[in-house]
Design a protein around this ligand. Sequence first.
Ligand SMILES: [Zn+2]
Length: 203
Amino acid sequence: MQKRKRKPTNSQPAADAVVEEEPCLRQTAPLQLRYYGDPVLRKKAEPVAEITDVELQLAEKMLITMYATGNGIGLAATQVGVLKRFLIVDISEVADEEYEPVMLFNPEILSAEGEAVAEEGCLSIPNVTADVKRPEKVVIEGINVESEQVRIEADGLLARALQHEIDHLNGVLFIDRLSGLKRQLLAGKLRQIQLAERPGGNR
Ligand SMILES: [Zn+2]
């Protein structure tokens, strides 16, 4: 998910901005984001059986990828083409209170209540925002990077971002939650994203 107030920044992570002579830096290059139209975004991600170094590296690379966008507050593994149930959310820059980044494997919504409408954007759907209705509060359970089962009671932006990322793990995009009419109004922009030429192709 994206910040509401976007900085004038290129949403494409600059994979080539890394100094090539430094192998240690090359390891932390951002991953390639997948964009609307890429079939991987419509696939359901698989639960993670065990958190190994591979998963921890994925977590680190996803954080780097999200921060490299300059406007990301959440990212699901699906958005970097990895079909594992894993998400990260960091709303600390846009929230009034202090928040630690959330990194969750196999997140599940245990309960949801209330209803709230707020604007959403998505790193995989650049330059498209819309008001989305979702439950206002959620209780979510998952496994953290220390392999501990954790429970998060969230409301406001944190609840919204977590639900947005869990949707990604089920192949659902925020535009799917809009009325047919609203989606029709975005059709032109969506088509442009699908047709955009990108390094690595659109798949
Ligand atoms: Zn998204």
